[in-house]
Design a protein around this ligand. Sequence first.
Ligand SMILES: Nc1ncnc2c1ncn2[C@@H]1O[C@H](COP(=O)(O)OP(=O)(O)OP(=O)(O)O)[C@@H](O)[C@H]1O
Length: 275
Amino acid sequence: MAILFQETDTASSAADLRTWAIKVQGVTKHYQTRGGAVQVLAGINCTVAAGEVVALVGPSGCGKSTLLRIVTGLESPDGGVVKLFGLSPVQARREHRFGIAFQTAALLEWRDAAANVALPLELAGWSPEARKARVAELLARMGLSDAAHRLPRQLSGGMQQRVALARALALAPPILLLDEPFSALDELTREQLQGELLDLLATISPRPAVLLVTHNLTEAVLLSDRVIVLSRRPAQVLAEVSIALPRPRRADLRDDVRLHQLVAELRAVLRGNGG
Ligand SMILES: Nc1ncnc2c1ncn2[C@@H]1O[C@H](COP(=O)(O)OP(=O)(O)OP(=O)(O)O)[C@@H](O)[C@H]1O
């Protein structure tokens, strides 16, 4: 295992920033609560290279989702800088540089599966014909062609997450941000979707950079090229673990002893931090 401790450089040239799909530098964040100020992020530095899959793990409540929301521009940091291919999160959102999928599929309940997938294409001004073709392609890719005209409530949890993934990928963004996308699913469905995501990432060209927040260490190792371990709140980067398992990967890699060793090593890092 290679544990690399967080990089300390803060001076980055514009060219360097554009090279990284995601670059997070010195990000701090606190929330004001009734009990006073709660420091959540205490100077986070991390990067995701183009085409790289990076998982973010850490103790419950340490600030993983907060960091992801800051990367999306849904929240602002108190300090520090976030760049997505050199753009601010707000610019990157405007230019459709990333797709997002959350724990709950967050589909529009009055739109059928096809219309939910079409939403980003509509917002980006695609013509009805182009939308129709792209939606059909995405639904077929996710095994949802027969469910195109079903409303979200008529879909299983796994199908809803497939729709959410298809929507996130609709504009073929170079970055995919995933916050616990499978954690609300039963174990078997979760494992199936992990396998489908592996297949997807193996076939999409060029592969998007992925930042995946997860509680599940097996999922982190199975899917990612690198795992960033956050400490307890206020979160700092405790360790970065390279996942040198070959690609393309298949879901049955979860039974491989090398994966189990990496999961054990991640667990040891977290336990060492009281996680
Ligand atoms: N809008 C908010 N106002 C006040 N406190 C907040 C807000 N959002 C998050 N927090 C607090 O910030 C901390 C970090 O929350 P966050 O959801 O980012 O953690 P997390 O690591 O993703 O948690 P989990 O692993 O349980 O999903 C928690 O203590 C949470 O209660």
